[in-house]
Design a binder for this molecule. Sequence first.
Ligand SMILES: [Zn+2]
Length: 189
Amino acid sequence: MRVSLGSNNFSALVLNADFQPLSYFPLSLWPWQSALKAVFLDRVSVLHEYQKVVRSPSMSMKLPSVVALKDFVKPQRAPAFTRFNLFLRDGFCCQYCGRSDELTFDHVIPISQGGLTTWTNVVAACPDCNFKKGSKSIDESKMKLLSVPRQPTNMYLHNKGRKFPPNYLHETWLDFLYWDTELEPHSSG
Ligand SMILES: [Zn+2]
């Protein structure tokens, strides 16, 4: 699963006041219009700019490519139990066979046997494994989970998200991202 941002739409990377990205996946980006507005409202500092200049009758300015919030935004204490966060926790892989092309959700303890829709009982599963498991328990199905489903922390999801960089990364973003990953960003203006 990849986020395509096109070749260059002059998005600004948005950092928290501690210079960490607000989010890695999806990467926290604002359209240039929102970034400019935040600059004018004095809500962000501009750390890097594109060469691209926008002009109005009274002024001209370069579009920001990296901005940092002036006020620190506290992350939520526990991540929301959403489909997206669940897939992210499971690395967008079937938790039975590791496939990642098409994903559904599987209740480890089936609903028909009293299983709940919770972090610890729902995993990402490909359609084949989901069908194979059906409404059987994990013992009955003789299938194995690649990992035990747990409630993730924000930090865990944050780190998972770092493994899924978007296709397009502007060179000025790289100082703030992916210290430990080799990347070949597309050329940009
Ligand atoms: Zn599978």
